[in-house]
Design a protein around this ligand. Structure first.
Ligand code: KIV
Ligand code: ZN
Length: 523
């Protein structure tokens, strides 16, 4: 429960579905957005920024449905400083138990030049639009975009106007990741001391990570008096991303001795949502990422292992269980039954119905036949595979021959809309030859933007997770797959991305402008 009278309580405002999803290539499907919103709600996020309702019909529908389904979190939608955006936003969020309109305008000299408004004209616009939002919704957040590069006097002036017009939260965005911790703390502190009415609203901090300081800047802002941190899971977001939710939450919890503020987050849900966001957004988490990286709790060097065995506090400042990582657990094998599989999936945070379990069990058996031991990470990779039943392109079989000089030949058989088609191609290595064969069967102009391979566990029978990102006419789609054979995983990830591209193109309709929409294009 949000309780702003508790001076030590920091509200967590998650914008994975808005600022995070705007990251090129991180686009999520409708069902994926609903799933992530539900997980955020369950983990105790105070405010979920669910999207930008006027940006597209899809965004509007996702925000509306998230608003209708929300249980505890306040649901927020983004709107530029105009009545049409604000009205559309209100339409989408009005059915939530608790809602918020978030309206913004760029106030720095560079951003003021975009709509070509004088300082006075912009001040009037802020008054009109915040008042309009407040007439619709009792909870209004206002952001002066690029606040950290806005002139001090003008920043104070426009914040005062927004407060007078009815804003209940004032967010201070560091839009380009330019500030530093000392400045971040000082800015919030001075604004609260200077702007009339500042003590009646909540000050929020919204940091981008261009200089790698987003977490530090957000925590410094809290020290300066901010009581809302805006963040995303895994730090997802444009360019270097946003403040990572898991980092600020765990920092406040672990160093509460020097940062005596608390959040309402159930930290044991962190690991599961981190994995889900990485999968659905197609942005794998770097191995050494703080809190949620694969190596964050791995103590591999001999000295560390010895120290850990004597006393885990020698090298661990947090316990893996605190973020929902189960301790070492026994792997499953080909003799494990359904009950054992369901039990293991539940400890990993996956709740599956009977029908879903049947399907997963078949895939698990197939994997266990190829791999002696099926570890937790193998199961997580298995759970990340999409249901392919409705896909237009399906891999039926493939055969690859590699020569020693790097040349390879790949024969791929695909089912395309129910019809089997076979093609053989040569290429610079097996993956290149395979992608060419797929392109021969399903001609397309999609450009390969990203191709990444990660080993899920150790050993030569380890599964490889492959991520592929494709771009065609400005539309981006990602695909992932895991298999003990890297080339098969690559083919499946490529086909998965193609299927998503086809689906998105069909949804957009003929002649539609399929470019990724960014709120910056819309300002
Ligand atoms: O970074 C930014 O300035 C934003 C605003 C819309 C708050 O995301
Ligand atoms: Zn932002």
């Amino acid at each position: 429960m949000t309780n702003v009278t508790d001076q030590d309580r920091v509200l967590i405002f998650d914008t994975t579905l808005r600022d995070g999803e705007q990251s090129p290539g991180a686009t999520m499907t409708h069902a994926e957005k609903l799933e992530i919103a539900e997980l955020l709600d369950e983990m105790g996020v105070d405010i979920i920024e669910a999207g930008f309702p006027i940006a597209s019909e899809g965004d509007f529908k996702a925000v509306s449905e998230i608003a209708e389904r929300s249980q505890n979190s306040r649901i927020c939608g983004l709107a530029r400083a105009n009545f049409a955006d604000i009205d559309r936003c209100w339409e989408a969020i009005k059915h939530a138990g608790k809602n918020r309109i978030h309206t913004f305008i760029g106030t720095s000299p560079l951003h003021r030049a975009i709509p070509n408004l004088t300082m006075d004209e912009m001040a009037d616009k802020i008054h009109e639009t915040v008042s309009h939002a407040r007439n619709l919704c009792e909870n209004v957040q206002w952001s002066p975009m690029d606040a950290t590069r806005t002139e001090w006097d003008y920043l104070c002036r426009v914040i005062e106007i927004a407060i007078k017009a009815g804003a209940t939260t004032i967010n201070i965005p560091d839009t380009v990741g330019y500030t530093a911790p000392v400045e971040s703390a000082d800015l919030i502190k001075r604004l609260i001391e200077t702007v009339p009415g500042a003590d009646e609203v909540v000050f929020a901090t919204h940091c981008h990570n261009d200089l790698g300081m987003a977490t530090a800047n957000s925590l410094a802002a809290v020290a300066g008096g901010a009581r809302q941190i805006e963040c995303t899971i895994n730090g997802l977001g444009e360019r270097a991303g946003n403040t990572a939710l898991e980092e600020v939450v765990m920092a406040l919890r672990t160093r509460n001795d020097i940062m005596p503020w608390h959040t309402g987050i159930d930290t044991t849900k962190i690991m599961h949502i981190s994995r889900r966001v990485a999968t659905v957004a197609g942005f794998p988490v770097q191995f050494n990422k703080a809190i949620v990286g694969k190596n964050a709790f791995a103590h591999e060097s001999g000295i560390h292992q010895d120290g850990m065995l004597k006393n885990r506090e020698n090298f661990e400042i947090m316990r893996p269980e605190d973020i929902g990582l189960s301790g070492t657990s026994l792997p499953l094998g080909k003799h494990s039954g359904r009950a054992a599989l369901r039990d293991k999936l539940e400890t990993l945070g996956f709740e599956v119905g009977d029908n879903q379990l049947k399907d997963i069990f078949v895939r698990f058996k197939d994997l266990a036949d190829r791999k002696k031991e099926v570890f937790d990470d193998d199961l997580i990779a298995l759970m990340s595979q999409d249901d392919e039943a409705d896909d237009r392109l399906q891999l039926v079989s493939m055969k690859v021959t590699c020569g020693t000089g790097g040349q390879a030949e790949s024969t791929v058989e695909l089912e395309v809309d129910g019809k089997d088609i076979v093609a053989t191609e040569h290429g610079d290595g097996p993956v290149d030859a395979t992608f060419k064969a797929v392109r021969r069967i399903y001609p397309n102009t999609a450009r390969l933007q990203l191709y990444q391979v990660h080993a899920v566990t150790e050993g030569t029978d380890a599964q490889a997770t492959v991520s592929v990102r494709l771009e065609e006419d400005g539309m981006i789609a990602t695909g992932q797959s895991a298999n003990t054979d890297t080339v098969v995983a690559s083919a499946k990830a490529y086909i998965h991305a193609l299927n998503r591209l086809i689906m998105r193109r069909e949804k957009a309709g003929p002649g539609a402008d399929t470019r990724e929409i960014s709120y910056k294009d819309l300002t």
